[in-house]
Design a protein around this ligand. Structure first.
Ligand code: PLP
Length: 570
């Protein structure tokens, strides 16, 4: 029997997230949100912060992506065995779903840092004998099924998670909701903190909203109204019954529908967006609430390629737990940085050849683009004018793409198919590769191995965008629309380049696609390609600036210190 009980000896921040990405072997994440959660936990462990994380087990993962002969995305379940990687904890909690008692158990993973920090992550699971077959499937598919499936998952995460922490004996000083999926935990806390009232007619006075607010921190990640999770009260009623009185729930979570963001906003003393711009956009979406901003980060040790890591260890020892040291990157000799990047590039190209059979040329400027394939990310934007692209990049560019579309996102799938078909049009003059099954492992090969990291989302929809930070950490300059973190990290021609006009809007009504495309081609042709091929010292200066002016700051160590001082201890 393990000594998990010692985790309950001190009071902790309970960090709730629908998805958490710690390693490729634990496929309980879909993209940026989950990877951010994993990086957050790892930095918390490095910094020895008292934290316990709670998420869903997702027994079948998100999905594994393959392609049909026509380039259409195919999805299959991910095969993994929780019992080989995680430890089952002895207690179970009950949650009420459709008037049934559903048992919830937790599997524990320990995140151990070389600093000695050590944190538990609990993966909630309903696949327990005694639960109905349909209830046993609630924690199978991350973001799978329909609305009712999602709500059941959120009941398990929020209510089941909070109950299980209590049953296991965890002492919780704050609850941190990473996105609105976990908001239902506030209802459990409301019930828990009820106070006796003298006058039985004044039922309302027994609900201690202020006390729950004092316990909760909420981070929103979604910059559009439509993206926020919501459920009809009919569905809420039939799945959850009445956890708190309906009129109180409507007051806290929205009159016409239960909006998980509203619920979290109303029950948290501290709320933040995930980049300065995203804070402003969220403030405009939710007037009446005070919305702060703490810019996302990435975990330095996880995302540095072995090649660059060797250099950091040699010249900047201690960098992994004190990434601020990267500010001194200029002491690394140019040639060694160049060679480290060449190593990462060769490693990527070998992988690409193994997976796709395509052999890329290590001397050619290689652009990387990988993220969730969804409309606003505009993965196919660079192909807007194919002739122009060929004229600019023929013989001088290679493009590597990756990314999954959500199984219900047909537009995203079409976008992928189109990109895969471009390869035929451009042939050997401009090689294009679409790597299958983007995950943490693919990301950690792909991002450090390209020369330039491209990002051209529709503004202001990129709340933060963390892959660009992974690029910077590996000395890969960003070429990106001014949105999310890049507004804070961008210095034109110094840390990378912008695409399109400066970002002023806080709504999605303005579309600068034409300007963005023109600027993309113009900068590639006039600035980036000439610099890459004709001014090696100038390019290495960019590599150094990406590290010394971006990576030293945009990491989860800096981010977590801000959460501690600005959110948790407030
Ligand atoms: C970092 C990462 C993301 C997030 O990328 P964005 O730039 O935020 O879109 C998504 N998926 C994986 C596998 C990642 O490693």
């Amino acid at each position: 029997m393990s000594d998990w009980r010692r985790y309950t000896e001190i009071s902790r921040i309970a960090y709730f997230s629908m998805e958490i990405g710690l390693t490729t072997e634990i496929p309980t994440y879909s993209g940026g949100l989950g990877v951010l959660a994993g990086d957050t936990i790892k930095s918390a462990a490095d910094l020895k912060l008292p934290l316990v994380a709670v998420t869903l087990l997702s027994r079948k993962g998100y999905f594994k992506q393959t392609f049909s002969a026509e380039g259409w995305q195919q999805e299959s379940d991910v095969d993994w065995k929780p019992e080989e990687l995680l430890e089952l904890l002895p207690s179970k909690a009950l949650v009420n779903i459709e008037n049934r008692d559903v048992k919830v158990q937790a599997w524990m993973y320990r995140v151990k840092s070389p600093t000695g920090g050590d944190l538990p992550v609990l993966f909630l699971d309903t696949d327990i004998p005694g639960n109905l077959p349909e209830d046993r499937q609630i924690t199978d598919h991350l973001y799978g099924g329909g609305r009712d499936y999602r709500l059941k998952q959120e009941v398990v995460l929020g209510i089941g998670g909070a109950r299980l922490l209590q049953i296991l004996g965890f002492q919780v000083r704050k609850y941190h909701m990473n996105e609105g999926h976990a908001s239902l935990l506030t209802l459990e806390l409301l019930n828990h903190h009820r106070r006796p009232v003298e006058d039985t007619w004044d039922e309302r006075a027994s609900w201690n909203v202020a006390q729950v607010q004092e316990k909760c921190v909420f981070t929103t990640h979604t910059p559009v109204e439509a993206g926020h999770d919501r459920f009809t009260y009919d569905m809420v009623e039939s799945i959850m019954g009445e956890v708190i009185p309906l009129d109180l729930l409507k007051e806290l979570g929205g009159k016409t529908e239960l909006n998980m963001t509203m619920l979290a906003l109303n029950l948290s003393y501290y709320v933040n967006g995930v980049a300065k711009k995203h804070g402003e956009v969220s403030q405009a979406l939710f007037p009446g609430f005070e919305i702060h901003a703490i810019t996302n980060g990435i975990h330095p040790f996880t995302w540095a390629s072995p090649y660059i890591m060797t250099l950091y260890d040699k010249y900047l020892p201690g960098w992994a737990n004190e990434p601020e040291l990267l500010v001194r990157v200029d002491i690394i000799p140019d040639q060694e940085l160049h060679d480290a990047h060449a190593g990462a590039k060769a490693y990527l190209f070998q992988y690409i050849e193994e997976i796709t059979g395509v052999r890329l040329d290590p001397d050619i400027l290689t652009i990387g683009f990988a993220r969730r394939a969804t409309a606003y990310k505009r993965a196919n934007m660079i192909f807007t004018d194919k002739e122009r692209l060929l004229e600019i990049g023929g013989g001088k560019l290679q493009l590597v793409f990756a990314g999954k579309a959500h199984p219900h996102d047909n537009y995203g799938k079409k976008m992928i198919q189109e990109i895969r078909q471009q390869a035929d049009y451009f042939g050997d003059k401009l090689k294009i590769v679409y790597l299958p099954n983007y995950n943490m492992d693919v990301a950690s090969r792909l991002i450090p191995g390209v020369d330039l990291w491209l990002n051209n989302p529709l503004r202001p929809l990129e709340a933060s965008g963390t892959s660009g930070m992974k690029a910077a950490l590996n000395g890969v300059p960003n070429f990106s629309v001014l949105d999310g973190w890049w507004i804070e990290g961008h210095i034109e021609g110094v840390t990378g380049w912008s695409i399109g006009p400066p970002s002023t809007e806080t709504t999605t009504n303005v579309n600068h696609s034409d300007e963005d495309v023109k600027d993309l081609y113009k900068k590639l042709e006039e600035t980036i390609i000439p610099l890459y091929y004709k001014d090696r010292a100038g390019w290495i200066k960019l590599i150094k600036n990406a590290i010394g002016k971006n990576a030293y700051y945009f990491n989860t160590h800096v981010m977590m210190r801000r959460y501690v001082t600005e959110a948790y201890l407030r």
